[in-house]
Design a protein. Structure first.
Length: 386
C-alpha cells in the first residue's frame, strides 16, 4: 500500500493508460488507487483483495483483474506512439494545470498535437450546431478577436458554432484546441477530419477516452466539463435551454470560471440559452474586447515574450504582485487581499506565471518566483478603504 513515495511519472504512465482501459475506473476510483498504492504499476498488479481494501467495489476489482489478462501496458503505449498521440497522467508534467484543478479531472488525457503553456490563456467558444446567420457571424467575430490577441480558442469540433470558432482561429493565425467525446482515432463529425488535422498541426486535439472508443450521446455532456475546465471562461454564442453549450456553461460556473453570453433576439429559439444565462448572472458581451477585459487579457498579445520575465504592467498585475510572497497562498486568499474578482485574479495570475513572475505550486496555491525588489510595495492596495 502507499508509503507516500512517488515514482517517475514517465515510468508509471503505461499503467495509467492500461488501467484507463477499465470502463469502471473513473476519476474517483483512480483517486482511490492513487492514495492506496505508491505507483499505478503496483495497482495494476494488486490482488483483488488489495484492490477492495483500497476502496474499489468487488465488481470493479474483478474488472481490473480481468484487464490484466487482456491489456498489455507496453503495447498500449506503442499503439499511441504509432498513432502520433501522447498520453498525460493527471499527476504528471504536461497535463494542463487548469484542468487538473477541477473536481472530476480526467485521470488520463490523450493529445494529438501539442498543448503549450500559452494555451493556459484560453476561452471556450461554444454554441448550437444549427447556428443562425447572426450566430455564425458572432462566432467568427469573437474567435477572430480572441485569436488576434493571443488567446487560444477551445471548442468541441461539432458542426455549427464549434466549427466556425476553430476555423476562424486558424485563419486568423491563432491557436485552437478541439476536445472530442471519443478516442482520437475517430473524428466526429466525419466531415471535420481535415479540420482536425489542421488543428493538430497548429494546436491540439484532446480526448479523455482511450483509442477505439466510439462517440456516444452520453459522452458529449461529460466531454463538456473538459472544455470549461481547460479555460479561463466559457462563451456561449447561441443555443437553446437544453443544448450542450448550456451544459458547458453550467460546468464553467461550477468550476468557478467566468461565463459569457452573446445577447440575441428574444424571438429566436437559439437565443434562449444565452438570454437565460444573462438572466442568471452571466456576463453579456458584444465583442471580444468585453471578454478580454473581463479576464484581464487585453494586453496578452503585446506583453508575451516567452522565455524571459517581463515586468508587471497593469494595475491588476501590480496589485497581485504586491500581496504575493515566496510563501504559497491560495488563489481565493490572493484575490481577497488584492481586492480583485476571482476570474480577474485567475486570468492575471496565468499571465504573471507565463511572464516568469509567479509559480503555480499546485492545489490553487501561488507564490512569487523572486523576492520583492520594492517596486510593488508602494502600489499595495489600500487595505483601509472599504
Amino acid at each position: 500500500m502507499n508509503d507516500g513515495a512517488r515514482p517517475d511519472p514517465a515510468h508509471d504512465l503505461p499503467y495509467w493508460v492500461a488501467l484507463h482501459r477499465v470502463h469502471r475506473l473513473g476519476s474517483v476510483r483512480f483517486g482511490l488507487l492513487e492514495r492506496a498504492f505508491p505507483t499505478m504499476a503496483e495497482a495494476w498488479r494488486a490482488s483483488e483483495g488489495d484492490l477492495i481494501e483500497a476502496g474499489l467495489d468487488t465488481r470493479t476489482a474483478r474488472e481490473v483483474a480481468r484487464a490484466r489478462t487482456e491489456v498489455d501496458p507496453d503495447a498500449e503505449m506503442e499503439r499511441l506512439a504509432t498513432a502520433g498521440i501522447t498520453a498525460f497522467a493527471r499527476n504528471a508534467p504536461g497535463y494542463p494545470s487548469r484542468l487538473r484543478e477541477i473536481d472530476d479531472a480526467p485521470p488520463v488525457l490523450y493529445v494529438r498535437g501539442a498543448w503549450k503553456p500559452e494555451d493556459e490563456w484560453s476561452v471556450a467558444v461554444v454554441g448550437t450546431r444549427r447556428a443562425t446567420a447572426y450566430g455564425r457571424q458572432a462566432a467568427s467575430e469573437f474567435a477572430r478577436g480572441l485569436a488576434a490577441n493571443g488567446v487560444t480558442v477551445v471548442s468541441g469540433l461539432a458542426r455549427g458554432v464549434d466549427t466556425i470558432a476553430h476555423r476562424t482561429a486558424l485563419d486568423s493565425g491563432g491557436r485552437t484546441v478541439a476536445v472530442l467525446a471519443n478516442g482520437l482515432d475517430t473524428i466526429y463529425p466525419p466531415e471535420n477530419r481535415r479540420l482536425a488535422e489542421e488543428i493538430a498541426d497548429r494546436g491540439a486535439v484532446l480526448a479523455d477516452y482511450p483509442l477505439g472508443t466510439k462517440p456516444r450521446a452520453d459522452f458529449f455532456p461529460r466531454r463538456n466539463r473538459i472544455l470549461s475546465g481547460l479555460t479561463l471562461g466559457t462563451l456561449v454564442v447561441e443555443g437553446d435551454h437544453q443544448s450542450g453549450a448550456m451544459i458547458t456553461a453550467k460546468f464553467a460556473a461550477e468550476q468557478n470560471r467566468e461565463v459569457f453570453a452573446v445577447p440575441g433576439s428574444i424571438f429566436s429559439p437559439q437565443s434562449r440559452g444565452p438570454l437565460g444565462l444573462i438572466r442568471d448572472g452571466a456576463t453579456p458581451v458584444t465583442g471580444a474586447n468585453d471578454v478580454l477585459e473581463a479576464l484581464n487579457l487585453t494586453m496578452i498579445g503585446a506583453q508575451l515574450d516567452f522565455g524571459r520575465a517581463a515586468p508587471p504592467e497593469s494595475d491588476e498585475e501590480r496589485r497581485l504582485m504586491a500581496v504575493l510572497t515566496r510563501e504559497p497562498s491560495h488563489i481565493d486568499e490572493v484575490a481577497r487581499r488584492a481586492r480583485l474578482a476571482a476570474a480577474v485574479a485567475s486570468g492575471t495570475l496565468a499571465l504573471l506565471e507565463l511572464k516568469g513572475l509567479v509559480r503555480d505550486v499546485g492545489g490553487h496555491h501561488f507564490a512569487r518566483v523572486r523576492e520583492d525588489d520594492g517596486d510593488y510595495v508602494a502600489r499595495r492596495p489600500d487595505r483601509t478603504s472599504p
